[in-house]
Design a protein around this ligand. Structure first.
Ligand code: BDR
Ligand code: CA
Length: 312
């Protein structure tokens, strides 16, 4: 299936969020972008979404959302994304304004107006949780929620927890217990989609505004991961949540029960996936992506970026 499903991208750009936005702009029907505090503060993630819209000349409205998680203090990741949240490329000054409507209001409205809408959160789940709290029936109006977050195995921000879930475990709990059709792209999946120098060269060779932007983004992102892991490659997390909607044939999946740990001293923010033998398992509440066809996924991402004109 390669069609253009309607997507609302809820993001915290963020290098890989920027790729997710450009990918969705080229391969999905990108209805709206909403922003949330995450990799950097809300003002920066919102400006960065606007920068990406400018680079890609995307005709999509952007709405600013939550500046704080449901509980506790905001968590950021400048060690991976730099102080701006999009360090690396030269960032243009956006020519368009952000919408005045708050993100949660926009999310609720689009779920009413757009048939078959996919919510694709690639940051902390705060906005989606707020929307679900205001109107839990929204799950009946959407096609589903395809999110990047969590893991079946290891964490990245702590040994147990992935960044997006740890940044707002209470919100993640609201989402995973909402009854929505949930697809989870966790770390054990996104770490199969690592990109390095060969892919940077391929983006740069596009010789377009978007290609150079993508190459500069990935260079910074990869060098930050290399400093941590010693490997000259970076996991391209967030585009996986988009591709799970636009190109599900790229993935192997498993139906699992996923619960969000909120209280553990060492395990807060962990997504506990019930992988026990089938007849012991709790009822599944998510489709968990387990394997990705890396080559096909990269060709798909490259093809998407190729579709932007030289000047975008
Ligand atoms: C997630 O955290 C962020 O740093 C990335 O943008 C991605 O959404 C990976 O843990
Ligand atoms: Ca993100």
């Amino acid at each position: 299936m390669s069609q253009r499903p309607p997507i609302l991208l809820d993001c915290d750009p963020g290098h890989d969020d920027a790729f997710a936005m450009l990918l969705a702009g080229a391969t999905a029907n990108l209805i709206a972008v909403t922003t949330v505090s995450g990799n950097v503060g809300l003002a920066s993630t919102t400006r960065n979404a606007n920068v990406v819209r400018e680079v890609g000349a995307l005709d999509v409205p952007i709405y600013a959302g939550a500046a704080r998680p449901l509980a506790g203090e905001p968590l950021h990741a400048p060690d991976i994304h730099g102080d701006s949240g999009l360090d690396g490329p030269t960032l243009p000054t956006p020519s368009r304004e952000i919408e005045a409507t708050p993100a949660v209001e926009a999310i609720l409205r689009y779920t009413r107006e757009v048939d078959g809408l996919w919510l694709v959160p690639t940051g902390p789940l705060t906005n989606i949780a707020h929307a679900l709290r205001v109107d839990p029936t929204l799950v009946d109006r959407i096609a589903g929620i395809s999110l990047m977050g969590g893991s079946r195995t290891f964490g990245n921000t702590t040994p147990a927890a992935e960044f997006n879930i740890l940044a707002d475990p209470e919100a993640a709990h609201v989402v995973f217990s909402s009854g929505a059709n949930i697809i989870m792209a966790g770390l054990d999946l996104t770490h199969q989609f690592r990109l390095g120098w060969d892919e940077i060269d391929a983006f740069r060779a596009l010789n377009s505004k978007v290609g150079v932007f993508a190459a500069d983004l990935l260079t910074f992102f990869m060098e930050r991961y290399e400093a941590r892991s010693g490997m000259p490659s970076a996991p391209m997390h967030d585009p996986c949540a988009v591709m799970a909607v636009t190109h599900p044939e790229l993935f192997e999946t498993e139906r699992l029960n996923v619960s969000v740990e909120r209280y553990g001293e060492h395990t807060r923010g962990m997504t506990l996936c019930d992988t026990r033998e089938l007849h012991h398992r709790q009822e599944a509440n998510a489709t968990v992506l387990t394997r990705i066809d890396r080559e096909a996924a990269f060709n798909h991402l490259l093809g998407a970026l190729t579709s932007y004109t030289a000047e975008a």
